[in-house]
Write a protein that binds this ligand. Structure first.
Ligand code: SAH
Length: 395
């Protein structure tokens, strides 16, 4: 088997079981491995560290499959990993009929670069690493066999594919799916997920528990739901008898589906206001109009994928949070999120604290949010903890 030999001292992160080898950590490569090939990763002194998938095109030159020298990286290995990930979810989440759940969450499930989401009886898989690309057939077969899905769909079109030197792949792998919209249930609500054209694999499953929690705070309140996508927070606040909900997104398609979601859940359409706008501009307009709300939700897209872009992202978060604090009535609540891997929970809290200070708001934190438990975070892989949020109350 081909080998990559690390520079002196660069074995430290692997000894802590962090699953990535950056190109700068490699002293030399023995053999001529191609993208996706399994390699042995060894320290400068020849000590075995891990087995991983090689990718010469990526900054992350190898992603670890396993830490044991005698593990065989073959179809059976993938079947076992997929089965283990699914078993963990069964014990954690009481999936309702037609429920949606993330079955495989990449590195944190020991399958770097692989996402699989179940939407009712349809499973959507997303590959974004050379290693999983190489083992696509084995992974597809395992998902097909173990999930017993009506259809298996591939959405390998994440932005990171380019960085990995991989091609986009979209389409049905097994079964049939026409039209590509699947109905799911989430804590009593019904949603349609467009697995072909929706964001990510179609829906933001990581916010499931947070939508449930925030929804329960909405009774009798005037709600502003910013970056609403297909209105999942909107539906949960209306289900809990919100007085009014203004939902904002820059995507007309997302807003259209959001409106359909309100209708199909039999909720009060006359309590809804739909605003197609840029949130940064809209919040200023609402401030100038003197509008006020009792519950504001800020769930923006990723401003900083990596820590290199954290500073610019910090300005974006500060801006929207500051404006949101100004739009809250006394006793109002702000549920504010960041899904930027490059912004730590600690930094996010500091940004929100700075925003409250500059807005002149007397705010306290009364809750913290994370991704739902079907999005585990391997303790050795802090990058996995991308979604964080705070619930603040203004005095
Ligand atoms: N809260 C949603 C997920 C939000 S995803 C849920 O629970 O499902 C982020 C959304 O922000 C996307 O729908 C995207 O269209 C929208 N968006 C991105 N930039 C925006 C901007 N500047 N103004 C308004 N919406 C924006």
């Amino acid at each position: 088997m081909d080998k990559i030999i690390l520079k002196p001292g660069r074995e430290k992160s692997l000894l802590r079981r962090h699953p990535w080898v950056f190109s700068g950590a490699i002293a030399r490569v023995d053999g001529s491995p191609r993208a996706g090939d399994t390699v042995r990763i060894v320290a400068q002194d020849g000590r075995f560290l891990a087995l991983g998938a090689y990718n010469p095109k990526s900054q992350i030159s190898a992603r670890v499959w396993d830490w044991h020298v005698d593990t065989h990286i073959e179809a059976g290995f993938f079947r076992k990993r997929v089965a283990a990930a699914m078993q963990m979810r069964e014990a954690l989440i009481d999936t309702e009929a037609g429920g949606a759940v993330r079955l495989i969450h990449g590195e944190s499930d020991g399958l770097p670069g692989l996402i699989a989401d179940r939407y009712g009886d349809v499973v959507v898989m997303q590959i974004s690493s050379a290693g999983c690309h190489r083992w696509r057939d084995a992974i597809t077969a395992a998902l097909d066999e173990l999930t017993v899905a009506r259809a298996l769909y591939e959405r390998s079109d994440a932005d990171v594919l380019e960085l990995e030197g991989l091609e986009r792949r979209i389409g049905v792998l097994r079964g049939t799916l026409e039209p590509p919209q699947v109905e799911i249930r989430e804590n009593g609500a019904r949603f349609k997920v467009d697995v072909a054209r929706g964001h990510k694999t179609g829906f933001y499953l990581d916010q499931r528990d947070n939508r449930h929690f925030v929804g329960k705070l909405a009774a009798g309140r005037d709600v502003l739901n910013c970056f609403c996508y297909t209105g999942a927070f909107t539906v949960h606040t209306l289900m809990n008898d919100a007085k009014s909900v203004a939902s904002v997104d820059s995507s007309a398609d997302a807003l259209q589906l959001a409106q359909e979601h309100v209708r199909m859940n039999g909720l009060h359409e006359n309590r809804c206001e739909w605003i197609e706008a840029d949130v940064f501009q809209l919040l200023r307009k609402l401030r100038d109009q003197g509008r006020q709300f009792d519950l504001i939700i800020l769930d923006p897209p990723k401003f900083a994928p990596t820590s290199a872009t954290a500073e610019r992202a910090a300005r974006g978060y500060k801006d929207i949070n500051l404006l949101a604090f100004k739009l809250l009535r006394p006793g109002g609540l702000l549920a504010t999120f960041s899904c930027s891997g490059g912004v730590s929970a600690d930094l996010f809290r500091k940004i929100v604290a700075g925003a409250a200070l500059d807005a002149g708001a007397d705010a306290r934190m009364i809750g913290q949010f994370h991704a739902a438990p079907d999005h585990p975070v391997a303790l050795a892989f802090p990058e996995g903890e991308y979604l964080k949020g705070l619930l603040c109350r203004v005095g």
